[in-house]
Design a protein around this ligand. Structure first.
Ligand code: PLP
Length: 332
């Protein structure tokens, strides 16, 4: 499991910290609460996509690419971290932002600018049109004699989180922690599917709780099951059927949709900041942590089965989400 026979370009500095949320345990009256700090990596403020980028950049270098292309809205963590990976790997980086080149967009993408990426704002558009723009951009670069690599292959990206499951298990065992329930945002799927696949290869030491931040349950499950099956074929590893795995879907935290704040998520942002001095943002981590807090408070999981929130990062987005707080009470 250590390599999956895929090229991997190192972007992490060893395991990310796994720490106990001691003050949150006191606040909620719940034992064995942990956080895995994937927001705590040494490159460009970190985040889950750096684990995927180890494999994407590995593939790009194997193809002798000279330019990474990434696409997303100006707040995209994948774009920022692609710019970071390109900087340290000595590659050029072109970022396609579906959004206007306005004050907000420029501020949100400022880290990618600092990292040396070329930012192209192509106006608001859906994912299908944006993918067409990306392909067109790659074609034009090829015509100029460049060798672009388009970031985003879900299976390659998922491998990073298959390794993260092994990393978490090894840290859990080394420290003798009681840790059974792992909480992740449920979104496009590579992070979740990778973790679930790695967990399955390890014999399912963890139960995986996915808190939807984007899709309804059927679509979220179908996306993740699809990547899980593709991982199985790509790595030729035998794992149990997706339907038999210990996965729990939490659908009550999405609110009005992707990126739209909820009162409960806002409270979670204040609560984690004011007990542990750890930041969450509005789109992914606050909704997931709100669920984590509610489950810890409800006490429905056996107390001996500890809970771990995987902080997938995205923290820089918090600072361009300031206006989202105006309507919200500071209810820590
Ligand atoms: C901070 C953060 N958490 C979670 C996710 C979801 O990851 P995935 O796209 O692999 O589902 C993202 C995706 O961009 C993210 O930026």
């Amino acid at each position: 499991m250590s390599s999956f026979n895929q090229s991997r370009y190192p972007l992490l500095d060893g395991p990310t910290p796994l720490t106990r949320l001691k003050r949150m345990e006191q606040k909620l009256g719940a034992p064995h609460l942990f956080i895995k700090r994937d927001d705590h990596m040494h490159l460009a403020l970190g985040g889950n996509k750096l684990r995927s980028l180890e494999f994407w950049v590995g593939a790009a270098l194997e193809e002798r690419a000279d330019t990474l292309i990434a696409a997303g809205d100006p707040n995209s963590n994948q774009c920022r971290l692609t710019a970071a990976a390109a900087a340290v790997a000595g590659l050029d980086c072109v970022i396609i932002h579906n959004g206007e080149r306005n004050d907000w967009g420029l501020k949100a993408s400022y880290p990618s600018h600092l990292l040396g990426a070329e930012l192209r704002f192509v106006g608001p558009m859906d994912e299908a049109r944006r993918a067409a723009v990306v392909n067109d951009t790659a074609d034009k670069l090829r015509a100029q004699g460049r060798k672009p690599y388009v970031i985003g292959n879900a299976v390659l990206g998922a491998l990073g989180y298959a390794l993260a499951a092994a990393e978490l298990l090894s840290q859990t065992q080394q420290n003798g922690y009681a840790l059974r329930h792992v909480f992740l945002p449920g979104s496009m799927g590579p992070t979740e599917a990778g973790f679930i696949f790695g967990n399955a290869l390890l014999g399912n030491p963890f139960e995986v709780h996915l808190v939807s931040v984007e899709y309804g349950q059927a679509e979220l499950a179908a996306r993740i099951a699809g990547i899980y099956d593709d991982l199985q074929h790509a790595t030729e590893q035998r794992v149990p059927q997706f339907e038999t795995l210990p996965i729990h879907f939490h659908m009550d935290y999405l609110g009005d949709g992707y990126g739209v704040p909820t009162e409960r998520a806002t409270q979670a942002i204040y609560a984690l900041a004011q007990t542990e001095a750890i930041f969450l943002e509005h789109t992914y981590t606050s909704k997931t942590f709100a669920c984590f807090m509610d489950m810890a408070t409800a006490g429905t999981l056996p107390p001996s089965e500890g809970m771990c929130f995987i902080h997938t990062g995205g923290t820089p987005a918090l600072f361009s989400q300031f206006d989202l707080f105006e309507k919200m009470p500071a209810g820590a």
